[in-house]
Design a protein around this ligand. Structure first.
Ligand SMILES: CC(C)(COP(=O)(O)OP(=O)(O)OC[C@H]1O[C@@H](n2cnc3c(N)ncnc32)[C@H](O)[C@@H]1OP(=O)(O)O)[C@@H](O)C(=O)NCCC(=O)NCCS
Length: 501
């Protein structure tokens, strides 16, 4: 599946027939026969799409400069929309690091970029253009929740070819935006004055991060969305400034956000990987191509999973497991440079599914209870994020499970081989549980300890990246689990320990 801007959408199975070569070769495409270029472009729709938007001369120049590795690993020409700092007319005015800051020439002094004086924070928002007005969404009101759902369902992140669009359910929005400590003022909307229609949104929830030992209170920003008819009118900077003002008024001066586009300046970048659970459906919707030289039957067999899990003591997480999971996750998280400091309440909110009438299940969490000691030794979770298949005769949606938080006691043995072995079993079981829950694909980033199992468990490389950003905070870059060839690398782990929705 082609990437969506947030870098989160499933893409395609990495073409395994070429995958074996990609960590080695890096010859220029000039030496490649045209037929091979054609076939490589077929397996890299993002790159093909980018070339299609250029005039012939620029496309030829870009192609001849392109590294074979970039094609094989699915990376497009540059970061999406990457420009030089001076061209970021809005972002260059904001307290964010410049690209220069991250080039490693000078040591980075970690900390806030700008000290905010509460008395200088404006008490009122900037004026919107005529015909539009600010609103604060009341997401406890089902009608307003539905309005946000509809805005996102029609106008949120799509892939480059407009084949798929994220479809966050109302239950998902409820879960994502009403976490412990949530603030109504951080659910910001813009309405058309006359029709009252919701035409834009930007939302945040509070949380605490630990960045290389420093604890910072942040707002997690999400669901920035502008109605398609109001694009390219510089509304984004106005939305960002407004939510920033509302955070400052609450004494929160830092934020974390993610995106598929390059902005100044990612603190880390991860790559998406996708494990087909229902390969045939993914193929039918144009999500996964048929790798060169393979057959449908072979692909189905290749992605087959056992019908039962194999970790002894694996069961669904319950309320009684909260303290044990909290303790385990806390210790596990501290192994990463940038991680989330959860409260007990947050563990309950984010991980424990409680059946409620009329609410769909959003999160699936499992613990491993040692059959003898009854201690919780591991846990794993994933959440449901569907994508609408735009204008497809047979399929309406792709059901994607996204790997969420997990932890294992094996991480503290100090033995990487043991950790790998444990994660291979635990994650294979997570795939089986997701298959049983009727998911079509299982997605994971290269964060946490994921490089230890992605390739072995037949996750294919996606062509999108997810960049992590901190607002008003400077720190040295954090490893994203990938190397300079954009491939999962066990030596690049230990950086990102936070999962953003
Ligand atoms: C992302 C979106 C809000 C941008 O809107 P737009 O109309 O294209 O852009 P605007 O004219 O309003 O603003 C342009 C500015 O916003 C910045 N911008 C664009 N996308 C951004 C993002 N995801 N996060 C932060 N800033 C972004 C641009 O870099 C530009 O600033 P610059 O001059 O410093 O470079 C809009 O395309 C949209 O709703 N897309 C679908 C949902 C989506 O992708 N949301 C973001 C998820 S991470």
């Amino acid at each position: 599946m082609p990437k969506q801007d947030k870098g989160k959408a499933p893409q395609r199975d990495a073409p395994e027939d070429v995958g074996a070569q990609d960590s080695k070769g890096s010859s220029g495409t000039k030496k490649l026969p045209p037929k091979l270029i054609e076939s490589l472009l077929e397996s890299n729709p993002a790159l093909k799409n980018e070339l299609a938007q250029m005039d012939t001369n620029s496309a030829a120049a870009a192609l001849s400069n392109l590294d074979l590795n970039q094609m094989l690993t699915g990376l497009a020409i540059g970061g999406k929309n990457q420009k030089d700092m001076a061209s970021y007319k809005f972002w260059q005015t904001q307290p964010v690091p410049s690209f220069e800051d991250h080039r490693g020439k000078k040591p980075v002094t970690q900390g806030p970029i700008k000290i905010i004086k509460p008395e200088e924070v404006p008490q009122t928002p900037d004026q919107l253009v005529e015909g539009f007005e600010w609103c604060t969404l009341d997401l406890t009101d089902d009608n307003e929740l539905r309005e946000l759902y509809e805005l996102l369902n029609n106008h949120y992140v799509e892939d480059d070819n407009a084949m798929f669009r994220f479809s966050y359910s109302q239950s998902f929005l409820h879960w994502a935006l009403m976490s412990p400590g949530w603030k109504k003022e951080w659910h910001v909307g813009v309405r058309a004055t006359k029709s009252r229609k919701l035409v834009a949104s930007i939302c945040g929830v509070p949380t605490e991060l630990r960045v290389r030992g420093e604890r910072i209170k942040v707002t997690e920003i999400n669901f920035l969305c502008i109605h398609k008819k109001l694009r390219s009118k510089r509304l984004t900077p106005v939305l960002i400034k407004e939510i920033t003002r509302r955070c400052y008024l609450n004494g929160i001066y830092q934020a974390i956000y993610t995106g598929g586009v390059i902005l100044p300046t990612p603190v880390s970048s991860c790559r998406y990987y996708h494990r087909a659970l229902d390969w045939l459906k993914l193929y039918e919707v144009g999500f996964s191509p048929l790798p060169h030289g393979s057959t449908k039957a072979r692909q189905i067999t290749r992605n087959h999973l056992p019908s039962t899990t194999s970790t002894p003591g694996l069961r669904a997480m319950e309320v009684k497991d909260i303290d044990a999971v909290h303790d385990l996750l806390e210790r596990y998280s501290l192994r990463f440079d940038m991680n989330q400091a959860f409260t007990r309440e947050e563990i309950e909110h984010w991980l424990v599914y409680k059946e409620q009438p009329g609410k769909e299940q959003v999160v699936w969490s499992y613990v491993v209870e040692d059959p003898e000691t009854h201690k919780i030794t591991d846990f794993v979770s994933f959440y449901n994020l569907e994508s609408t298949v735009i204008d497809h005769p047979k399929h309406e949606a792709v059901r994607a499970a996204y790997l969420y938080y997990y932890a294992t006691e094996t991480a503290f043995t100090g033995k990487q081989a043991a950790l790998k072995e444990r994660l291979l079993m635990l994650m294979n079981d997570a795939l089986i549980c997701a298959k049983q829950a009727k998911f079509d694909v299982f997605n994971a980033l290269t964060l946490h300890d994921n490089p230890l199992f992605l390739e072995q468990l037949k996750f294919g490389a996606g062509d999108g990246q997810l960049h992590f950003y901190l607002y008003n905070y400077r720190c040295a870059p954090v490893a994203g689990g990938i190397n300079d060839k954009n491939l999962p690398d066990e030596k690049k782990m230990g950086g990102v320990g936070i999962v953003m929705l």
